[in-house]
Design a protein. Structure first.
Length: 134
């Protein structure tokens, strides 16, 4: 289920849901930790934060530990991409595959900077209702 007026795509590697103006995006994909050069979701999260800060020093990046061993990277003041109207906030929820240590699932919420509080409840609903088929 997606909110009324939003649209979804699936390109075989990831699923994505967008607002009509594409200012808010939710993207879900599988992660091969071994291919990414990491052994755990903690290492993966740390490397992602470090690389983004290295590329864009103005980005504020934090890690939050959620129930069930799930991690969330939070990025603020991420520079706009070509189709964005301004800086972004990005929330990455990383869940380890309980049966395969080399796999994880990544759900990303991207919103205009300063609007995270408005859309975090939506991410909470998505995470609560998601069904991972490992």
């Amino acid at each position: 289920r997606i909110p009324l007026g939003w649209y979804a795509i699936d390109d075989g590697e990831r699923g994505a849901v967008f607002t009509p103006d594409e200012s808010v995006r939710v993207i879900a994909r599988q992660v091969d930790l071994q291919l990414e050069g990491t052994k755990t979701i903690g290492e993966y999260a740390q490397i992602k934060r470090g690389l983004l800060i290295q590329r864009y020093p103005q980005v504020e990046a934090t890690e939050q530990h959620l129930p069930g061993g799930v991690l969330m990277n939070v990025y603020r003041h991420v520079p706009a991409r070509p189709n964005d109207d301004g800086p972004r906030e990005i929330y990455e929820v990383i869940t380890a595959d309980p049966k395969d240590a080399n796999r994880a699932q990544l759900t990303t919420l991207g919103v205009p900077d300063g609007q995270g509080a408005k859309y975090l409840p939506l991410l909470g609903l998505i995470m609560r209702d998601r069904r991972l088929l490992w």
